[in-house]
Design a binder for this molecule. Sequence first.
Ligand SMILES: C[C@H](O)[C@H](O)[C@H]1CNc2nc(N)[nH]c(=O)c2N1
Ligand SMILES: N[C@@H](Cc1ccccc1)C(=O)O
Ligand SMILES: [Fe+2]
Length: 267
Amino acid sequence: MAKATKYVSKTPDEKGVINWTEKENNIWQTLITRQLSCIEGKACDEYMLGLTKLNLPQDRVPQLDEISDVLMAETGWQCYPVPALIGFGEFFRLLSEKKFPVATFIRTEEELDYLQEPDIFHEIFGHCPLLTNKSFADYTQAYGKMGLNATHEQRVFLARLYWFTIEFGLLDTPNGLRLYGGGILSSPGETEYALNNQSVERKTFEILDVLRTPYRIDIMQPIYYMIPEVAYLDEIRKFEVEEIMAFVEKAKELGLHAPLYPAKEAS
Ligand SMILES: C[C@H](O)[C@H](O)[C@H]1CNc2nc(N)[nH]c(=O)c2N1
Ligand SMILES: N[C@@H](Cc1ccccc1)C(=O)O
Ligand SMILES: [Fe+2]
């Protein structure tokens, strides 16, 4: 069952159209205007190319079909409306079918810089540009297939792989650090923090290490993992599901790394 969410999502009409209010369109406008200037020289080249291809509207929340038309032509992906965070089962199934879950609500003015749950700005601005890139798109679909037949416990380990690549991954390029994780790219606050905060740990991606690293979704991350380029995701995708599950079992055996964040106060 999906977690209870404090956000109220909007339901698409029978043609799949979502009627955003003027206020919501203005929030999109504020977010995209700010983020476009914020990511200059920070987002990776593949992301910037995808952003150009999407040609997102700046004065209103785009309709999912507008995005799906571009994704379908580039990599065969499409956006799939969901209320907010969904359960593991549906999440992995959608990804395995090249359907990207897009939460149909947008953050409020109070949470422009950072919010604790993925909203439509995060899903579209954060993730969709890189879904036009073949390595990123193929990895995302392979990730969905990895979790299809996994147990809940294995899925908890797999969630870390998604988290430290697709959601909060960094590139360690010859020209310096670049962003590719959608959770960073949709947050003005975390864009700055992930690249420049001195107390943040930035480690070279190593799958067993990642599988053992616990995380919280409601704070800016204390640790990020780096890969050399987006095409490196092909190396992870090439693992058979059985090999990934062997890494999961090994990670379970070795135990988790100590959390680098304070325990979450009981909610
Ligand atoms: C598996 C993944 O790491 C994560 O736990 C899932 C759960 N449900 C989700 N639901 C939505 N809508 N978007 C997401 O990114 C996720 N992530
Ligand atoms: N923190 C992201 C949204 C997000 C929340 C939880 C998981 C992933 C992404 C933002 O502010 O844009
Ligand atoms: Fe996300």
